[in-house]
Design a protein around this ligand. Sequence first.
Ligand code: MSP
Length: 502
Amino acid sequence: MQKFYVTIPIYYANGKPSVGHAYTTIAADVLARYHRLLGKDVFFLAGLDENSQKNIEAAQAVGKGDDIQGYLDEMAALWERTFDGLGITHNRFIRTTEADHAKAVVKFWKAVEAKGDIYQGEYEGLYCKGCEAFYSEADLVDGKCPLHLTVPAHIKEKNYFFKLTKYRDALLEHIGKHPEFIQPSSRRNEIVSYIEKFMTDTSISRSTMKWGIPVPGDESQRVYVWFDALINYLTGVGYGTDEANFKKWWPANLHLVGKDIIKFHCAIWPAMLMSAGIPLPERVFAHGFFTVDGQKMSKSLGNVVDPVDIATKYSNDVLRFFLMREIRFGEDGDYSSKRLEERYNGDLANELGNLVHRVITMAEKYFDSKVPAKADGFLAGAWPAYQSAMEEVRLYDALEIAWSLVRQSNQFIDEKRPWELAKLKEDKMLSDSIYVLLETLRHIAWMLLPLMPDTAEKIFTKLGLEVSKELGQSQASAWVWGELAPGATLVKGEPLFPRREV
Ligand code: MSP
């Protein structure tokens, strides 16, 4: 059986999930669900980055400085609960304070050390606590971290270093030979320029940290949080603890990340793997960042959007829909509650919801709520286009393909005017039109399954299909035209997306 192993960043545990974290997580969930529908064995890893200075400060800020593990346990429970509530189908929720992860990090460190790629040196330079990253002057904007807009600390300490520059040529060669390794291609160019011009050896330990995984053989130092965090992708599938499982899943098929952390995922991480003698992941896809009402989302501005608030006000599917539909995956975008309301009433209530309601109401009226005889439809190349969009992580396009069927169906109704066909007693034309519309709805539901799973299931139910039976089908038969059986009883039920008064 083919496998698909997808990961998302393990997020810092110093606050609750924002809609930014939900974005990457939902995108990966869409892909995990899609690949499961293809019949693949899927492993979707999510989790928390717990060995960060930021987490310790957050614990201290709420008076839990003497029980950091307790604080992390609470945060992990909160994140996991949130993901579950949002309908995320991850297979493991990994925490970097777990015992198997410490084992994996030690094993990995020793492999890199045995390769002769770790040396002791003195680090003197800039460190942004927000990013947990070492910076050069050239990285800064007006002397500040471009992401956190704070002045980084000047630090000077004895550290262990990783010979990153030793892998410069090998990295460039790999990226050159595998254009799919870093996507979209704009990110690839960014990374190539970084590797060619700016990459230096990197510090992989901290002497001032009291929290985190001790450096093997030198308890006075802790493993630098990014070196430790990246290894979670190996730990998650058994590296260092369950070799058979590790062999089954590694290399990962896809690391999904935000564009803020590509240096770590597309340069440092592959070099670390090369050093440890482990195959590289197939692909790293970096999506863009979105602002909120045109402003950077930040705690200090107080404009952090809580995904749970949106899911509660609307639904999980509306949140998924909006994030995938409003921002072209891979590009930057903006989140605004006004746009969300417009998209709800426009795309969801008027276009999709109304279509489903109209079609089923007509079938009720003209065919006593029974599916009429089969007829040919207008899917054309929708499935191949949808499939390549999903394969290439163009999630916006995948949704757009489903939506073009929605719009075509609405247009089809306006052109065929079934109510006039009924008056004119054009029985065959009427029956064909209604079948085409119902069967197209089934295809739309199948396309929506990974993107808006609850909505897709509701459409199945309205079409008189049994959800479990439908899902038990192979994609090969489900995607074929004409699967909706004549005579089946439709169930009108409630409208999918009742209009909301603005
Ligand atoms: N702990 C590291 C990741 C380690 S992975 C081995 C980290 N954590 S984080 O909590 O800061 O999460 C960053 C990620 O959150 C981004 O890469 C992105 O996936 C997501 N996003 C956070 N805010 C976002 C936006 N405003 N827009 C889009 N994605 C956002 O970095």
